[in-house]
Ligand binder design. Structure first.
Ligand code: AMP
Ligand code: ZN
Length: 466
């Protein structure tokens, strides 16, 4: 099945391919680095990671830009309160964000671009918007006049025709589906840091950074633009208004939006206080793989309710797959090929790919994996699994893991290495052979204390981490 996505702009599921030369030019909105990111934020970033991997699985190359918002109202407020420069303040959280991305195995975009490295580009864009009569100034700030952009509302599907004039807003985010002239450039308040520029002292608004950096690196029309669903309005609507006023061309062909991670019926958010950072959850003893699995398991256009029970089920699901892999690698099977099971494997591989290509239906893709694992396990139990069925089964697990990335356990600092475990197992085997059972038991206990479980099977010793 060809790759298809639900496009917020057209409100339809559409077949996707890049406009030019097999490369997907994509932009996704990145974090505001004023604090540690919470796992709600990471639901959206995990979706972006899955999106990247599925695009590549379809043979496309990627040119993906993600911004780091390292200047905004909250950052300035906090940096001023802590008597720090903006750079010193944001460096801590940018670093933390990248570490957290590594923990969750999220790939880096081809270009990760900080807003503050593009102030000149933003000023130039605002000057061009002014030359095109799309702006006005008031008290040293420059605003975008949305009445000059008749398409305003086309992404959020709001009809603003009745109220396009007049009111303006200084904050970057506003809830109401109400059209407002928004700030492109904000004059500094008393004591705030500011850039000295030809359009006056100040700093950029949030929306202009994404338009400017997207067009700079990817051209006038992107193949795909994505972010969380809270960005549809006003952020992405404003990005479209600025970008299309600058270029006269459609800004992005496809718009994808991830639904919220919820807690007891409410969006997980800093302002509601109902959030956990990734570090909080890992510190409670949950593995990064379980968190990644949970965030990936529900299709991105559905809300996902976060619970610790959900995390435990995710860990159990991963264990089931790891055990299956271990069984494939360590047991020996009669020679030959079970043709029926081979057909079953091929069908499961196809169902897996088709589900992902169907607007990233991760739930169905996982169902294809688990139904297959159940059937293959029972074929192993009944002796119908053959040696020739092992390689395709392992290849399917590899395919699964090239997208979901959960099979390899995270190695914690001070954790015993695989090679050390193997050499202790060899020592134990030697002890057993020389009938030194006390030593053999001692080694088993020692390994258990380090979280390693040994299992003696017909085909030798198998081990896994707890
Ligand atoms: P921010 O750092 O606030 O700019 O947010 C970074 C990303 O996280 C944006 O794409 C938001 O849409 C997304 N986001 C924020 N809260 C949630 C949530 N509860 N669930 C999913 N995504 C979220
Ligand atoms: Zn953005």
């Amino acid at each position: 099945m060809a790759l298809r996505f639900y496009n917020t702009l057209s409100q339809q599921v559409e077949e996707f391919s890049p406009a030019r030369d097999n490369t997907v030019r994509m932009y996704t909105c990145g974090p505001t680095v004023y604090d540690f990111a919470h796992i709600g934020n990471f639901r959206t970033f995990t979706f972006v990671d899955l999106l990247r991997k599925c695009l590549r699985a379809n043979g496309f190359l990627l040119d993906h830009v993600m911004n780091i918002t390292d200047v905004d109202d909250k950052i300035i407020r906090n940096a001023v309160a802590q008597h720090k420069s903006l750079d010193d303040y944001t460096a801590v959280y940018t670093k933390a964000f990248l570490e957290d991305c590594d923990t969750l195995r999220l790939e880096r975009p081809e270009r990760l671009v900080p807003a503050t490295a593009h102030i000149d580009d933003m000023v130039a864009a605002i000057e061009r918007l002014t030359a095109g009569s799309h702006t006005y100034t008031s008290d040293g700030s420059t605003y975008f006049r949305i009445a000059t952009f008749p398409g305003y509302g086309k992404l959020s599907h709001n009809d603003f025709s009745g109220n396009l004039a007049g009111a303006r807003v200084d904050v970057d985010e506003y809830e109401k589906a109400d059209a407002r002239d928004f700030a492109l450039w904000k004059a500094p308040k008393e004591g705030e840091p500011a850039w000295q520029t030809p359009i006056g002292p100040g700093r950029p608004g949030w929306h202009i950074e994404c338009s400017v950096m997207a067009i700079k690196y990817l051209g006038d029309t992107l193949d795909l633009h994505a972010g969380g669903v809270d960005l549809v309005f006003p952020h992405h609507e404003n990005e479209i208004a600025q970008s299309e006023s600058l270029t006269g061309k459609p800004f992005a062909r496809f718009w994808l939006h991830a639904e919220f991670l919820m807690v007891e019926g409410q969006k997980m958010s800093k302002s509601l206080g109902n959030y956990f950072t990734l570090r909080d959850v890992v510190a409670k003893g949950h593995s990064p793989e379980a968190i990644r699995y949970l965030l990936a398991s529900v299709p991105y256009r559905k809300q996902l309710n976060f619970t610790f029970d959900g995390l435990k089920s995710a860990a159990t699901a991963i264990d089931r797959l790891r055990n299956f892999k271990l069984r494939l690698e360590s047991e020996s099977y009669p020679e030959g090929l079970n043709e029926q099971l081979a057909g079953r494997t091929a069908a499961a591989v196809e169902a897996f790919g088709n589900s992902l290509n169907d607007d990233l239906n991760t739930a169905e893709a996982l169902a294809a994996v688990f139904e297959y694992v159940r059937d293959a396990n029972s074929a192993m139990d009944s002796g119908e699994f053959r040696g020739g069925n092992a390689a395709p089964a392992l290849a399917f697990l590899d395919r699964f893991d090239s997208i979901f990335k959960v099979l390899q356990p995270t190695v914690v600092a001070n954790e015993i290495l695989d090679s050390e475990v193997e050499s202790m197992i060899a020592e134990r085997a030697a002890a057993k052979k020389s009938k030194n059972f006390a030593r053999a038991d001692q080694i088993r206990e020692q390994l258990l204390e380090q979280g390693i479980i040994l299992e003696d099977t017909k085909s030798g010793v198998r081990w896994k981490r707890k």
